[in-house]
Design a protein around this ligand. Structure first.
Ligand code: UDX
Ligand code: ADP
Length: 498
């Protein structure tokens, strides 16, 4: 029976870092070394200022670092020492060549795999952790097997990560499930059992699912595609709600009460963002095309198309309420990360929205509590601009230190990321309103936030909202007795979920 004593994780990013930090925290008998090619990233992991913001991460890292958790740029040494290696490198969408814009770029996975094959001096279990298209393990296996010898044998496992950013530590400490796929050979199953033993240090055995390699790879894409599909479905319904007077929160609540549907992932939004959903669905679309299943490809493509439509629709609504022009108007954007409690901006809806505002020649002021200005400049620069991105973007946008600074003199405030600090009990909306250019408008997709802001900023709940407060959204509805009751229901439901 193989017992894992030494783990290496290649890639100290959003997945590898938190995952292996929690692993070290829960398995004090295992030495965990996280390596990365980026010296800056490793230096940050070894400092007081970790490169990733994730609630609870500091505590886990500070507790184990230097004991059984190490961060290093010495990739080769860590590979040689380890019995088990997680490959947790980036798999961005290909920008050029075959499958451009859809297929995952596997260059980083391949180069990490080749490195393992080159430097390993003993047998290893290699675990595919990055989200990869179905059957990537086959390519990894071919590379590793071409380099195996009678003394050195490689086993490949697929162990996709289901953590969501912002709740990564909570998700890792208490996962719904852990999925481990292996080739159904004797040594494949032995390797699978070895990884099961690592996880059962803290995860109940019935939550550790073992499958074949390909089921595991496809399950990750499938789970993300299905979650994103729910968001696109509710967002599509939000358009119908706006046209008919139905309230999308009420619709989501009523649908979510059907236990066959469930209440989660039914929150209408400006559109989903993040590094996974769009990328994984496009991977699925590409896979379907490759398998000559065009109807299946079109079906999943529509989830992404709907997401783009939702972002565009939000921008169109904003421009139309601002009297059909935003030229030279100041728009304050609150939040830039793709969701709250993370500094990650990959595929954030804020990027699309702000680029559209810039196209319309608006003056944009941005505030986000966790995203570094440098990141915002890079995200908003024209594609391919590596040098001078800051200067190019600085002409059009202002990055602010607070929500008040961003909103000062603004014609409109747009809440893009629902950070807790933008909630009405933490931000003084009367003060925001007072500093704004009149008539002042506020946009958020969250109708609960909207109802409350309208009240705290001075609106009387019994009066029609738009003319009285001038702080409104296109979808604004007067908080009626029914909507207040519904709000209470939603809040109660949230409390139950927590
Ligand atoms: C997702 C999956 O949840 C996770 O299991 C997988 O491992 C990686 O991809 P993540 O992208 O970190 O995680 O965040 P998630 O909470 O799923 O949110 C993704 C996007 O959907 C965000 O932009 C969020 O604001 C949006 N969203 C989520 C909605 O618009 N409505 C919802 O009801 C839920
Ligand atoms: P994810 O969200 O999947 O974790 P990230 O981009 O945050 O993606 O992290 C991936 C990390 O992998 C990056 O820090 C990158 O420098 C690192 N990386 C990529 N290729 C290699 C490699 N061959 N060896 C070591 N680290 C690598």
């Amino acid at each position: 029976m193989t017992v894992v004593k030494n783990i290496c994780c290649i890639g100290a990013g959003y997945v590898g870092g938190p995952t292996c930090a929690v692993l070290a925290y829960k398995c004090p008998d295992i030495k965990v070394t996280i390596v990365d090619l980026s010296e800056a990233r490793i230096a940050a992991w070894n400092s007081d200022n970790l490169p990733i913001y994730e609630p609870g991460l500091d505590q886990v890292v500070f507790e184990c670092r230097g004991k059984n958790l190490f961060f290093s740029t010495n990739v080769d040494a860590a590979i040689q020492e380890a019995d088990l290696i997680f490959v947790s490198v980036n798999t961005p969408t290909k920008k050029t060549g075959m499958g451009a814009g859809m297929a995952a770029d596997l260059a980083y996975v391949e180069s990490a795999t080749r490195r393992i094959a080159e430097v390993a001096k003993s047998s290893k279990i290699v675990v595919e952790k990055s989200t990869v298209p179905c059957r990537t393990a086959q390519s990894m296996r071919t590379i590793l097997e071409a380099n195996s010898t009678p003394e050195i044998h490689f086993d490949i496992l697929s162990n996709p990560e289901f953590l969501a950013e912002g709740t990564a530590i909570k998700d890792l400490l208490n996962p719904d499930r852990v999925l481990i796929g292996a080739l159904q050979t004797e040594s494949g199953i032995e390797a699978q059992n070895a990884l099961v033993d690592v996880y059962t240090h803290w995860v109940p055995k019935d939550r550790v699912i073992t499958t074949n390699l390909w089921s595991s790879e496809l399950s990750k894409l499938a789970a993300n595609a299905m979650l994103a599909q729910r968001i696109s479905s509710i967002n599509a319904l939000s358009a119908i709600c706006e046209a008919t007077g139905a309230d999308v929160d009420e619709v989501a609540f009523a649908c979510g009460k059907d236990t066959r549907l469930g209440s989660k992932f039914l929150k209408a939004s400006v559109g989903f963002g993040g590094s996974c959903f769009q990328k994984d669905i496009l991977n699925l679309v590409y896979l379907s095309q490759q398998l000559n299943l065009p109807e299946v490809a079109d079906y999943w493509q529509q989830v992404v198309t709907m997401n783009e439509y939702q972002k565009k629709r939000f921008v169109r609504n904003i421009i139309s309420t601002l009297f059909n022009t935003i030229t030279n108007k100041k728009i304050a954007v609150l939040g830039f990360a793709f969701k709250k409690d993370t500094g990650d901006t990959r595929e954030s809806a804020a990027i699309t929205l702000i680029k559209d505002f810039m196209q319309e020649n608006a003056r944009v002021a941005i505030y986000d509590p966790k995203v570094e200005p440098q990141q915002i400049y890079m995200d908003l620069a024209e594609p391919g601009v590596l040098v001078g991105a800051q200067e190019q973007v600085e002409k059009k946008v202002q990055i602010c230190q607070s929500a008040y600074e961003a909103a000062d003199g603004a014609d409109a405030v747009v809440i893009v990321t629902e950070w807790d600090e933008f909630r009405d009990d933490q931000l003084d909306y009367a003060k925001i309103y007072a500093g704004m250019n009149k008539p002042a408008f506020l946009y958020t997709k969250d109708t609960v936030t909207m109802d409350r802001i309208q009240q705290t900023s001075g609106a009387k709940s019994t009066q029609p909202t738009i003319p009285t407060t001038r702080i409104t959204t296109k979808t604004a509805v007067r908080p009626t007795r029914a909507s207040l009751a519904r709000r209470d229901m939603v809040q109660k439901q949230k409390q139950q979920e927590q």
